[in-house]
Design a protein around this ligand. Structure first.
Ligand code: ADP
Ligand code: MG
Length: 442
């Protein structure tokens, strides 16, 4: 297509696209962000298909897209475009270390991760695991909904370990890729190589989206042995999932119990302030000039998850640039018309108290009383913790709302639950989760 397009358009729109494979006349193209798919579909797809049909002789070709954020990073690294030089002869190393490719996403560092009440725990645990890998927080299990930062944190751990120990052998792999590699190794009689890589040549294993293994018995079995081999040689294991370990159906019990040996940390959806901070950070990273009021507007409008928020910001910025319009509130409103700003989550202290009472089957009066019996003290502490975590209500106000208690009482209750969670108290974890679910449903 190079000969048909201007150099600028080619570099901007076509060059960043990568080949993703071909299946039964369906071509998979990998693109840096969603915006590419729309733009190419409207401007270049016909030409592209015409040329492809011409060259291949295949008549019904179709194209599908897959967003691969790494491409965006490569894109930035490449400019200015230079012809690539052949690697100097000295880079040829012994085959072993060269085989290990960490596969980390260069964008996802701790420095670019915004911390708020919703992800504080997972962030702290990730930092702890990265600073002394293979010790206390091993394995580290991070769970949370889609687009809330699991992959980001998992990668950040890898980067941080490498920063401290440049020779550490880090391996980031999605459970899906692990599965594919495992199957390929089986088929090609390369199991020794596969096992050597995952069990011996790796100091930190970062396994993303482990829920993918559920129901895949053979891969799960393989992972179980990988886990044991690494764990028993004090190698750090980090696992992410979009479900809580105990709720992973069709996941082997013994694997689930392994995950609970270390630390389980959850990520909740970010509240408004955190969302604002995230949009601002992304704008800064992408060099988008973003007025405060627009950041605010975006954070209020897009609440579902961070990936969506980020995508909306980029789309808006590209659109403003193409239309030569300033990225101000008027433009943002216009561009996002249809997606009405929804009100900030309506959860209140009252909602949380009620949900806790329902869950434990106790009376509101007891929750707010001064009784110290465990049957009411524990629910009370959990309710206080949830209020802090979800609403960020001040300790003083919480004291008032819980029947006139001192702010230090509230503070120590919250700390107590936090430390139970950190030490993986199964009962506390399960209750917090179940109550959080109740709140999200209403
Ligand atoms: P998950 O793996 O949980 O589905 P990701 O880690 O892929 O989510 O996050 C989706 C996008 O949102 C990524 O671009 C990530 O950088 C961004 N993101 C999520 N949480 C944060 C955060 N707290 N601070 C900055 N960026 C975030
Ligand atoms: Mg992910």
């Amino acid at each position: 297509m190079r000969s048909r397009l201007s150099a600028e358009n080619f570099e901007t729109w076509l060059a960043p696209i990568a080949w993703g494979g071909c299946d039964d006349g369906k071509l998979l193209l990998r693109i840096p962000n969603k915006f590419y798919a729309d733009w190419i579909r409207t401007h270049y797809l016909d030409l592209m298909l015409e040329l492809l049909r011409d060259k291949s002789g295949v008549r019904n070709l179709d194209v599908s897209w897959e967003v691969d954020e790494r491409l965006a990073v490569e894109l930035k690294k490449q400019e200015p475009v230079r012809p690539s030089a052949p690697p100097p002869a000295s880079t040829v190393r012994s085959s072993e270390p060269a085989r290990i490719q960490a596969n980390l996403n260069p964008k996802y560092h701790f420095e670019s991760f915004v911390v708020g009440p919703s992800n504080q725990l997972a962030h702290a645990a990730s930092i702890a695991a990265a600073s002394s890998p293979g010790s206390r927080y091993n394995p580290l299990f991070i769970y949370g909904g889609v687009g809330l930062g699991k992959t980001h944190l998992v990668n950040a751990i890898g980067h941080r370990v490498l920063q401290d120990k440049p020779n550490a052998r880090i391996l980031y792999v999605s459970a899906e890729r692990f599965t594919n590699e495992f199957i390929a190794a089986l088929q090609n009689h390369k199991m020794d190589e596969f096992r050597n890589l995952y069990r011996n040549l790796c100091d930190v294993l970062l396994m993303d989206d482990i829920q993918f293994l559920a129901g895949r018995d053979q891969t799960m079995e393989e992972f179980f042995h990988t886990f044991n081999a690494l764990y028993h040689s004090d190698k750090q294991i980090v696992v992410s999932s979009d479900v809580y370990p105990q709720q992973m159906k069709a996941m082997e019990e013994r694997l689930i119990s392994r995950f609970q040996w270390g630390m389980v940390a959850d990520i909740q959806a970010p509240e408004l302030d955190t969302r604002i901070a995230i949009v601002k950070k992304k704008a800064e990273q992408e060099r988008i000039d973003l007025p405060d009021e627009v950041a605010h507007f975006l954070a209020e409008t897009v609440q579902s998850n961070v990936r969506e928020l980020e995508g909306t910001l980029l789309r808006l910025a590209v659109k403003a640039e193409l239309m030569k319009r300033p990225l101000d509130l008027v433009f943002a409103r216009e561009a996002l018309r249809g997606s009405q700003p929804r009100r900030e989550s309506v959860t209140t202290v009252d909602d949380i108290q009620r949900a806790v009472c329902e869950y434990y089957n106790i009376r509101m009066a007891d929750l707010k009383s001064h009784r110290r019996h465990r049957s009411v003290a524990q629910p009370r502490m959990i309710a206080m913790y949830l209020c802090r975590q979800r609403l960020n209500t001040s300790y003083t106000e919480l004291g008032d709302r819980f029947g006139g208690k001192d702010h230090t009482t509230v503070m120590s209750a919250v700390r107590k639950i936090e430390s139970r969670i950190l030490s993986q108290d199964a009962e506390v974890l399960a209750s917090v989760q179940a109550i959080a679910h109740r709140l999200d449903r209403t």
